[in-house]
Write a new protein. Structure first.
Length: 711
């Protein structure tokens, strides 16, 4: 016996649509009116109340094999239990530790079919695994870690998996599917088809929420695919992957990065190149749409979908609810992810493209990116295959034969850069950042460098048309935003400066040594203070006993600058004896002791101060910095927390493996706690720490920020 179902969800005037469906049943049939025998629902796994699909679609579940068959399987992955401790952004940790302690980590994120760069890492050495055993969950997918597969965000408006390369771990919210290597590309095509999305949502309709869980994927029918169809679907899926990756080659945060967009296209000036890049993106998007359309058509044929059901699929009579492009923002105990920033946001217009060009030039000035790719002295690297392992560094970076960053210019390199990772915002200094950036423009644009410099300045600093102003006042916010993802902030260029913003020192996180703040004290900020103090003395002397109003203002401004520099130098002197950075702790904890040195960036300063307070309170005793500063607190904890003992290299002192394979605390440590604390303590560090903790809570300034163009 058939039951009549009326559907008016898509209608704006639901009352009128409902009345029409009742009064004109033939006209509304299979649109707002459906007649189905409820017994037919039993032909679909889980018996979803899917009245809107035809019998041929329901029969697919009986005719075809489910995905979970033979060597094909789906897995749910890791729950860390503490993302702040165990998850990092790629580029945040030492590059030589990528693939060692830190493994690429697929953890969901924003919807992105076929391709999405994996930009998060998870700690997975012995100590990290002990943490995960204590407070997290390995998941049944641990047997499939490091295998190539397909992954997708748990929550999205449609099912749209992407490639997961060799060598990755996946999370509880970054579900993954696995199959023989020869099947992965054509399955990527099938999974991204409208038909497969429709079938997935058909089963999800039973639960009423768009979460693409592995338990449902296991049940979905997979068509029989011959050699020709597999080859063609694989080619289409690879083409779609390649098209999306092409756009990512202009994203400096991506493993695909080669050059900024404005250097990948031709044009006489910035507007022409911005237009050319927009044309390229539109062409790529058109290619993606064509790839998708061809995949959909082939899958309609493979699934033997008739015209009526094709209409249902394309018109969206599937899962009820919002069609917004959701990100996987639903947090759980392991997932620190929120809505990710749009990776292409800053490349949407000429201003964004200009900002990315300058950001790249800053990277070149520090020796991070390879200028030879822009000048043609180095060839563009070859394209990898979709499932190839991700490299430690992008092809756009300046690396050696081992694929790791170079700390000094190679023979014949056209530019010098600071091996210590220090540049300053000071026109009179040999390591002036804007001057170094201008040298990059000269090398890339030659005789047109002036025009490019002025055009970029006009876009980024509309008021003064001064690129020095933008670099000193706005670049760090741009950099911080672009190096933030999944609620994690990890800038690798640090701007330390005065409250008014009149003077800054820039540090490249990956080059910092233990002595860097002694160097800043003796070679950078100290000499700068002496110079400005001498300038103040000259102003006072020249003004005499009856200075004019103009002279008084100049003296007051100079006094403010000297006061700020003196406070900055004092803070550097406090930090210098205790500085012992380890990027394994993450950027935010590594920078936390420097919170007073970033007064011009209030939100960032507030975050650093918060982490410093929590660090001092004992919240992050797994950090190397905690052991360095508070060994008397951390060492005893290692006796009761094996993960801490492993993290700090003293597991054997406090722990022993029993005959049953379980680890136990030693009744008597191999060495005394007092001895361990004593050898890790330093009077100089303790004195510096006390000075840092007792120092004023904030720097103050009587002056106001002024134009950074006048140095």
């Amino acid at each position: 016996m058939k039951t009549v179902f009326l559907r008016v969800l898509e209608a704006e005037n639901k009352a009128a649509a409902l009345l029409a469906a009742v009064q004109h049943p033939e006209h509304a049939r299979d649109r707002q009116r459906f007649e189905v025998d409820p017994q037919d629902f039993r032909g679909v796994p889980l018996s979803p109340f899917a009245y809107w699909v035809g019998p041929a679609v329901r029969e697919l579940f009986a005719k075809l094999e489910p995905f979970e068959h033979g060597e094909r399987t789906t897995k749910q992955g890791l729950v860390t239990g503490d993302d702040f401790r165990l998850v990092r952004l790629w580029g945040e940790v030492p590059f030589n530790r990528v693939g060692a302690r830190w493994r690429y980590y697929a953890k969901g994120g924003a919807l992105s079919s076929f391709y999405s760069d994996i930009q998060t890492l998870v700690g997975y050495d012995l100590g990290d695994q002990v943490v995960q055993q204590q407070i997290g969950r390995f998941g049944r997918g641990a047997t499939h870690y490091y295998r190539p597969g397909l992954t997708w965000p748990l929550r999205a408006s449609r099912f749209a998996p992407q490639v997961m390369p060799v060598g990755c771990i996946f999370s509880a919210r970054g579900y993954s599917a696995f199959a023989p290597d020869s099947e992965l590309l054509w399955l990527l095509g099938v999974f991204n088809s409208s038909t497969f999305d429709f079938l997935f949502k058909l089963l999800l309709g039973r639960f009423g929420y768009p979460e693409f869980i592995v338990g449902i994927l296991q049940l979905l029918p997979i068509p029989g695919v011959g050699h020709h169809d597999a080859e063609q679907l694989g080619k289409l899926a690879r083409a779609a992957w390649w098209n999306k990756r092409r756009i990512d080659t202009a994203n400096a945060r991506s493993h695909a990065f080669i050059l900024p967009a404005l250097l990948q296209v031709h044009g006489a000036d910035l507007p022409e190149r911005a237009s050319a890049w927009s044309d390229r993106v539109r062409a790529i998007e058109a290619g993606l749409a064509a790839n998708q359309a061809e995949i959909d058509n082939r899958c309609f044929t493979l699934y033997d979908i008739d015209e009526a059901d094709r209409h249902t699929i394309t018109e969206g009579f599937g899962i009820q609810g919002s069609e917004e492009a959701l990100s996987d923002g639903a947090n759980d105990a392991e997932d620190d992810a929120g809505v990710d920033t749009d990776e292409n946001e800053s490349t949407a217009d000429a201003t964004g493209l200009a900002a990315e060009l300058v950001s790249w030039a800053v990277g070149v000035a520090f020796g991070r990116f390879d200028i030879r790719l822009a000048t043609g002295a180095r060839l563009i690297p070859t394209e990898p295959e979709p499932f190839d392992a991700l490299p430690a560094c992008s092809p756009g970076m300046l690396t050696g034969g081992d694929g790791l960053p170079l700390a000094c210019p190679p023979v014949g390199y056209p530019l010098a850069f600071p091996e210590a990772g220090v540049l300053v915002d000071d026109l009179r200094h040999a390591q002036d950042l804007p001057t170094a950036v201008r040298a990059v423009f000269d090398a890339v644009f030659g005789a047109d460098a002036d025009r490019w410099w002025n055009d970029v300045a006009a876009l980024l600093d509309p008021k003064e048309h001064d690129l020095r102003v933008w670099l000193g006042g706005s670049f760090f916010e741009h950099h911080l935003k672009r190096h933030s993802k999944s609620r994690r902030k990890a800038p690798i260029l640090w701007q330390l400066g005065t409250p008014s913003g009149r003077y800054s020192v820039w540090l490249y996180a990956h080059r910092l040594t233990r002595d860097i703040f002694f160097q800043l004290q003796n070679e950078v900020v100290g000499p700068k203070l002496a110079h400005e103090d001498g300038k103040l003395a000259s102003l006072v002397e020249n003004a005499g006993t009856s200075p004019s109003a103009t002279e008084r203002k100049k003296i007051a401004d100079q006094e403010t600058l000297v006061e700020e520099l003196r406070a900055m130098l004092a803070e550097i002197k406090r930090v210098a004896p205790l500085w012992n950075s380890d990027l394994d702790d993450g950027v935010v904890l590594t920078m936390a002791p420097l919170w007073r040195l970033v007064p011009q960036h209030k939100p960032w300063q507030k975050e650093l101060k918060s982490k410093w307070d929590e660090l001092a309170a004992g919240k992050y005793d797994w950090a190397h910095l905690a052991m360095h500063l508070w060994p008397e607190r951390v060492v005893p904890k290692c006796a009761t927390d094996r993960s801490l003992a492993i993290a700090h290299g003293i597991e054997d002192v406090f722990w022993v493996e029993g005959t049953n394979g379980r680890w136990m605390a030693r009744p008597t440590p191999v060495r005394s706690i007092e001895e361990l604390v004593r050898e890790r303590s330093s009077p100089a560090v303790k004195a510096a720490l006390k000075s840092l903790l007792d120092a004023p809570t904030a720097q103050t300034s009587r002056g106001t920020a002024r134009s950074r163009g006048a140095r």
